[in-house]
Design a protein around this ligand. Structure first.
Ligand code: GCB
Length: 603
């Protein structure tokens, strides 16, 4: 089993890096998942053991073919490719590492026919040191076996149904209750990288502010040497590359007078200010053993029973739920898509989004740090149900990996530990108590929330949270076509949540499916006019709630249209986007934009 890879791989003075992205060989397994194992597909090139497809990495495999059995495949698929490791990595005594930034859902990795790691849960990185498995004077075979099956104890959960399709013919169908397509495959970059023998394993950063002074509390951990044989040099550089602080302990405190704090977009003329923190491991002779640099932002997040504060200023979050989703690529990491997304986020005047309903690619958090966009970081637990102990263990594991990965991002201001769990179930009380305790044991610096769909009077999870978030579809699932009651309902429900829990409240979802280009007036569901009207009625509620003093943010559902399983309530997918799937604005995008910009000037 493999977890971790807490540090995003980087080339530095002491480390080299390449990616194994590109076109790989690919084959679906027959229904029996053991087939490939029994036939030894991991011991030779896939194209020698049968026909292969050409498969891009990173990408979901589902939508690149013309074959419904590829799109809807349930179970195991095989990938392979060959790669070289530079011989000088060996002559200089470097360790060789292989890191997958995300593969969905369960993965076993072989190198030259030997199993080197297994990882479960999509959307999170895993890595292994493979120095002893590779050869340096010839190519190496890398085989990846991926299983997309979701069951009652996977995160997220699903169920496999056997569907009778004729005599002796059964089709296995993956069913799940969540509302996005269960895309699968090698979704993010595959890194091959080197570190020295003695290497920096992790860097933990926390920041604080006092007046104009910034503080960076850090801890650099190393592996490969006795701790009395090495020390650290920590240097902090500002945007111009000027060193503003330094210290020679592996754990310590840096003080930066007149610091540039990290501010969100539109809350400050210079949002997203990042320093570069360089950590070096120094050996007994004063030699540099390893270095690792990362960008950090100096900011605080605090909260009371009514308000969330950033750098001691009250926050009002304006954003949306998103998805990693696009045409052809599915959930494959795509820098073009995401730079475009961030440009649209700025165009809208938004300052936040929720990584609904799973952790996004690390590069997205790096962009959010740079742009000053705040993130509610959600783990992959959606529609959480059953609340078994095995599920609880995996749910905690997903948060362990998430927090280890994202702990240093200034953009991450809150953890969301679930979306729409069945929290009226009495088992949800103990379950979420445990999950929150687990998060708090790892990070006390950020509030914890759940995007709740249960009603305030039946929900059992809210008492464990710092911030109450709720999803509600007034004028859509409830009373479709009727907008007159929306404002009242939203005000009442938010007020009720606050009255019961005495905590800040956020609306994390509201919205209406809308077919771009469908115009119906007077407003009629599915039209652009209806989406505008529905959100206007919500805006009235938000303005009233802001005056009430406990309302901390509004998140429309969704940023863009996205793919879902096939259903008669979905036209080519979920159409609640304010942008189409190709990121063109519907009328609601313009409408939301004028609100978010106006809120920025009034703040
Ligand atoms: C929800 C879910 C979200 C769905 C949305 C909808 O409550 O959290 O994943 O896509 O409703 O549009 O039905």
């Amino acid at each position: 089993t493999s977890t971790g890879g807490p540090l995003y791989p980087k080339a530095t003075e002491t480390r080299d890096l390449r990616t194994l992205d590109g076109i790989w060989n690919f084959r679906k397994s027959p229904a029996d998942p053991e087939t490939g194992y029994k036939a030894g597909w991991f011991e030779q090139d896939l194209d020698k053991t049968g026909p292969v497809l050409q498969m891009p990495v990173p990408s979901s495999y589902n939508d690149v073919g013309e074959d419904v059995s590829l799109r809807d495949h349930v179970g195991v698929v095989w990938y392979d490719r060959r790669f070289f490791v530079p011989s000088w990595w060996s002559t200089t005594g470097q360790r060789v590492w292989l890191r997958f930034s995300s593969v969905h859902y369960a993965t076993e990795v072989f190198i030259n026919g030997k199993s080197v790691m297994y990882h479960e849960i999509g959307h999170l990185p895993f890595e292994a040191e493979i120095t002893d498995f590779v050869t340096f004077n010839s190519s190496n075979l890398l085989t990846v076996v991926v299983d997309n099956t979701l069951l009652s104890d996977t995160v997220p959960q699903g169920v496999i149904k056997s569907v009778y399709v004729g005599p002796n013919k059964i089709r296995q169908e993956q069913q799940y209750t969540f509302d996005f397509y269960n895309y699968a495959g090698i979704h993010r970059t595959v890194f091959l990288y080197s570190t020295p023998q003695v290497y920096i394993d992790d860097v933990i950063v926390n920041t604080d502010i006092q007046g104009h002074t910034g503080f960076v509390v850090y801890n650099v951990t190393q592996k490969g040497a006795a701790s009395d044989k090495v020390h650290c040099l920590i240097q902090l550089f500002d945007k111009n590359g000027t060193q503003v602080a330094a210290f020679n302990e592996c754990a310590g405190l840096l003080e930066i007078g007149n610091a540039n704090f990290w501010w969100p977009y539109l809350m400050h003329p210079n949002p997203g200010y990042l320093y570069t923190m360089k950590a070096s491991l120094i050996g007994p002779q004063g030699e540099t053993l390893d270095t690792y640099s990362q960008k950090i932002g100096i900011r605080t997040v605090t909260w009371s029973n009514t308000t969330i504060y950033l750098n001691e200023k009250p926050l009002y979050l304006k954003g949306f739920g998103m998805h990693e989703d696009s045409d052809l690529r599915g959930k494959g990491w795509d820098p073009v898509l995401w730079v475009k997304n961030f440009n649209l986020i700025k165009w809208l005047g938004a300052n936040a989004f929720r990584t609904s309903h799973y952790p996004y690619a690390e590069e997205i958090y790096q962009l959010a740090d740079e742009y000053g966009i705040m993130i509610i970081d959600e783990c992959p637990s959606v529609d959480t149900d059953g609340f078994s102990d095995t599920l609880l263990a995996k749910h905690k594991q997903s948060l362990t990996e998430l927090i280890r990965r994202d702990k240093n991002h200034p953009s991450v201001i809150m953890w969301s530990i679930s979306n729409e769990p069945r929290s009226a179930n009495k088992l949800a009380d103990r379950y979420f108590g445990e999950v929150v305790r687990h998060v708090k044991s790892m990070d006390l610096s950020r509030p914890v929330t759940i995007a709740i769909s249960a009603g305030a009077s039946t929900d059992k999870s809210g008492r464990h949270l710092d911030v109450i978030s709720f999803n509600r579809y007034n004028g859509w699932y409830a009373n479709p076509g009727q907008t007159a009651q929306i404002t009242n309902n939203v005000v009442e429900e938010a007020t009720n949540w606050h009255r019961i829990h005495n905590k800040p409240v956020i609306m994390t979802e509201y919205g209406a499916d809308t077919i771009a280009g469908l115009h119906l007036y007077p407003e009629y569901i599915w039209s652009e006019e209806y989406q505008c009207l529905l959100i206007s009625e919500h805006f009235k509620a938000f303005d009233l709630l802001r005056k009430a003093g406990f309302f901390a943010g509004e998140f429309i559902w969704n940023f863009a249209d996205f793919k879902t399983p096939q259903s008669i309530t979905r036209v080519g997918g979920n159409k609640k986007g304010i942008f189409t799937r190709s990121r063109q604005p519907k009328a609601a995008a313009h409408h939301l934009r004028s609100r978010y910009h106006a809120l920025a000037t009034s703040d």
